[in-house]
Design a protein around this ligand. Structure first.
Ligand code: ADP
Ligand code: 5GP
Length: 191
């Protein structure tokens, strides 16, 4: 039986990576797709684990080759989901989690009607700003730009199937896991 395709989106700094990390350690059967990007790696990020880091030229060639399930330009860099890996994992029965932006999520919905789209919202704008700043990977104007984009992204949440607020990490992880478990139990996913 094929696994589910689950998309998790939400503003930068809302806690998507943290939630995904907790989910895969606590819930067997869920795996995270590793995206490809032209963004420079941050300290501590590992090639092939956090992202596949490539040049702009390589990314653009892969777009032409039809390598991506979806791709988008986010905060001035390219990001995309390698299609082959996702198909392979789903065929093996894994539920594949994509941690991608809103533009990418809407593309996935067009290709995979049965994908499950989950939007992660912050408890407040103030808290979102605090989390971006405390993470320490962006500074000054970049933080403001991420907050401006976040405001736009929030408007797209009506296109999603589920909305969860990341206030308590433990609770939000339980909610996302519950959604995945419920989706696995759908009759159409078991016949
Ligand atoms: P994203 O992947 O959405 O950009 P991250 O997972 O990198 O966000 O999280 C941004 C920051 O917020 C990190 O420093 C992380 O530890 C923190 N964080 C995540 N979830 C919570 C939470 N529920 N409460 C407080 N801080 C959180
Ligand atoms: P970051 O640079 O903070 O890791 O990610 C920036 C944004 O890019 C986040 O909103 C993240 O979800 C999004 N992103 C990461 N990988 C992909 C991808 O493969 N496709 C798309 N469309 N967005 C992605």
């Amino acid at each position: 039986m094929s696994g589910l395709l689950v998309v998790l989106s939400g503003p930068s700094g809302v806690g998507k990576s943290t939630i995904c990390g907790e989910l895969v350690t606590k819930h067997p059967g869920i795996t995270i797709s590793t995206s490809m990007t032209t963004r420079p790696s941050r300290p501590g990020e590992k090639e092939g684990e956090d992202y596949f880091f490539v040049t702009r030229e390589e990314f653009e060639q892969r777009i032409k080759d039809g390598y991506f399930l979806e791709w988008a330009r986010v905060h001035g860099n390219y990001y995309g989901t390698p299609y082959d890996k996702v198909r392979e994992k789903m065929a093996e029965g894994w539920d594949v989690l994509l941690e991608i932006d809103v533009q990418g999520a809407l593309q996935v919905r067009n290709v995979f009607k049965e994908a499950v789209l989950i939007f992660v919202a912050p408890p407040s704008w103030q808290e979102l700003e605090t989390r971006i700043k405390e993470r320490g990977t962006e500074e000054g104007e970049v933080v403001n730009e991420r907050l401006r984009v976040a405001c736009e992204e929030m408007k797209a949440c009506s296109s999603y199937d589920y909305l969860v607020v990341n206030e308590s990490l433990e609770e939000v992880v339980d909610k996302v896991a519950s959604i995945v478990i419920a989706e696995r139990c759908r009759v159409k996913n078991n016949s």
